[in-house]
Design a protein around this ligand. Structure first.
Ligand SMILES: *[C@@H]1O[C@H](CO)[C@@H](O)[C@H](O)[C@H]1NC(C)=O
Ligand SMILES: *[C@@H]1O[C@H](CO)[C@@H](O)[C@H](O)[C@H]1NC(C)=O
Ligand SMILES: *[C@@H]1O[C@H](CO)[C@@H](O)[C@H](O)[C@H]1NC(C)=O
Ligand SMILES: *[C@@H]1O[C@H](CO)[C@@H](O)[C@H](O)[C@H]1NC(C)=O
Ligand SMILES: *[C@@H]1O[C@H](CO)[C@@H](O)[C@H](O)[C@H]1NC(C)=O
Ligand SMILES: *[C@@H]1O[C@H](CO)[C@@H](O)[C@H](O)[C@H]1NC(C)=O
Ligand SMILES: *[C@@H]1O[C@H](CO)[C@@H](O)[C@H](O)[C@H]1NC(C)=O
Ligand SMILES: *[C@@H]1O[C@H](CO)[C@@H](O)[C@H](O)[C@H]1NC(C)=O
Length: 368
């Protein structure tokens, strides 16, 4: 009798697990950024389900994608190269990025003939180079007009993708977007209904909440939680879901970098300690790899704070906040527990011997 009950319970558990994962691949994505100069051939593709090639710029008069000669060389071989180590990895081409020209995108989305040039050229370029999807990374969209036009872009883009797939008998291209941690901006919000309807999924960029150039106190720049403010991933993910985006369309971004602050008083080195700007040039931005190198040379002790879910270390007047292996594991567990579609890494070149990518890919369940 007891063994029958155990088998019955086991059966239910199996069904539950099956139901959660049926028909859906958990996404373990990584961005490769051309500006990193990291060789595409060195990416450990086996640790990812999706690799995203970033970023294709948009021509400010033709509104077509226009690659520089050197980007063309790398982008054209990206898919073939990463598939050598993992033939089943899916590749996407990301358009725009943090440095993209705001007025070009704002203008492109505002006019149907500009949108058509953009859409047609994006589909053409992705087919030409064997990408299996397109990712819009226009993170400077800010007005309510931008937002409603962006919604229309997504609708037309998806329509063109469906048509092209039927016409060419090729598998439909994926359509995704990279967006801020919360859909709510000062006076407007992202077109969530359109995103829910027309996008395959969304990369939620939950980082850069606090940076040394903007804040004279040390902070957890990619906090998972924050009891005293809304600047945290958990809050942002909640606002996307409450706004109507399904959890299973959300891919949580993991920053493979941190920030280095200069402390005012070396003895006051907790989170929220007084600081006086970045400890290094370039805004204090440091790759995980450089942080690990710094830790091994300086002998700094790595601390963990569970209130924010962040690691940090300090020596003298330098203070660095970052996501180490334990934070990555907890964030991935959070994504899994919240039934999100998966995670994406910014950016693969910042990892140190793939330790973070490996920790994330193992989907380890941690109780916390
Ligand atoms: C942008 O497109 C215009 C018109 O097609 C072309 O004349 C110009 O050279 C392009 N600019 C760049 C930077 O590719
Ligand atoms: C791209 O691939 C082609 C053919 O495989 C090869 O000849 C060429 O050298 C590659 N270019 C780069 C930049 O890797
Ligand atoms: C951005 O694009 C606009 C045209 O859309 C152009 O006038 C402006 O010079 C560009 N700005 C930069 C920084 O390239
Ligand atoms: C879109 O741009 C084209 C070409 O510049 C122009 O002829 C047309 O009037 C514009 N449409 C709208 C709605 O602004
Ligand atoms: C469909 O494919 C044909 C032949 O390749 C092409 O001429 C036509 O323009 C395509 N139509 C659309 C809507 O893409
Ligand atoms: C995290 O840091 C804050 C600020 O220094 C502190 O108040 C809090 O107690 C720390 N949390 C843990 C769990 O140590
Ligand atoms: C650290 O700085 C904070 C903020 O100025 C202050 O409240 C706190 O007393 C300081 N702690 C120490 C140990 O100096
Ligand atoms: C931070 O402190 C430095 C030095 O005291 C000062 O120059 C800078 O303006 C301050 N930055 C901010 C954002 O308050």
């Amino acid at each position: 009798m007891v063994s029958k009950i155990i088998i019955f319970v086991f059966h239910i558990l199996l069904c539950l697990e099956f139901r959660l994962t049926k028909g859906q691949t958990r996404i373990k994505a990584g961005y490769w950024y051309s500006g990193s100069n990291f060789p595409v051939a060195n990416i450990n593709s086996a640790l990812f389900t999706h690799l995203i090639c970033a970023f294709a710029p948009v021509n400010s008069t033709s509104y077509q994608l226009s690659l520089s000669a050197s980007d063309e060389e790398h982008f054209s071989n990206f898919t073939n190269t990463v598939k050598k180590k993992n033939p089943s990895v899916t590749t996407l081409l990301s358009i725009g990025g943090g440095g993209a020209n705001y007025s070009t995108f704002s203008s492109m989305v505002s006019n149907s003939s500009y949108r058509k040039s953009f859409i047609d050229s994006s589909i053409k370029l992705s087919r030409l180079y064997g990408f299996q999807g397109l990712d819009l990374s226009w993170v400077s969209a800010s007005t309510s007009t931008d937002m409603s036009n962006m919604g229309v872009l997504f609708e037309e883009w998806k329509g063109a993708i469906d048509l092209e797939s039927r016409n060419s008998s090729q598998t439909r291209l994926f359509l995704t977007a990279a967006v801020p941690y919360s859909p709510n901006l000062d006076s407007t919000r992202y077109p969530i209904d359109y995103m829910q309807h027309y996008l395959n999924w969304v990369h939620v960029l939950a980082y850069d909440f606090h940076t040394p150039t903007r804040l004279n106190f040390t902070g957890a720049h990619a906090a998972l939680y924050d009891p005293s403010s809304t600047s945290n991933a958990d809050y942002g993910i909640g606002t996307w879901i409450n706004g109507g985006l399904s959890a299973n369309k959300i891919v949580l971004s993991l920053p493979f970098y941190g920030y280095a602050w200069t402390l005012v008083n070396p003895a006051n080195n907790s989170i929220g300690a007084p600081a006086s700007g970045p400890a290094i040039t370039n805004g204090g931005d440091m790759s995980f790899k450089d942080i690990k190198d710094y830790i091994s040379t300086s002998g700094a002790k790595v601390m963990y704070n569970a209130t924010y879910v962040v690691n940090y270390c300090s020596t003298g007047t330098s203070w660095i906040g970052f996501d180490d292996v334990e934070v990555v594991k907890i964030k991935v567990s959070y994504a899994k527990k919240s039934n999100l579609l998966g995670y994406c890494v910014w950016q693969v070149s910042h990892d140190d011997n793939w330790v973070l990518s490996q920790a994330a890919a193992s989907w380890i369940w941690i109780l916390y």
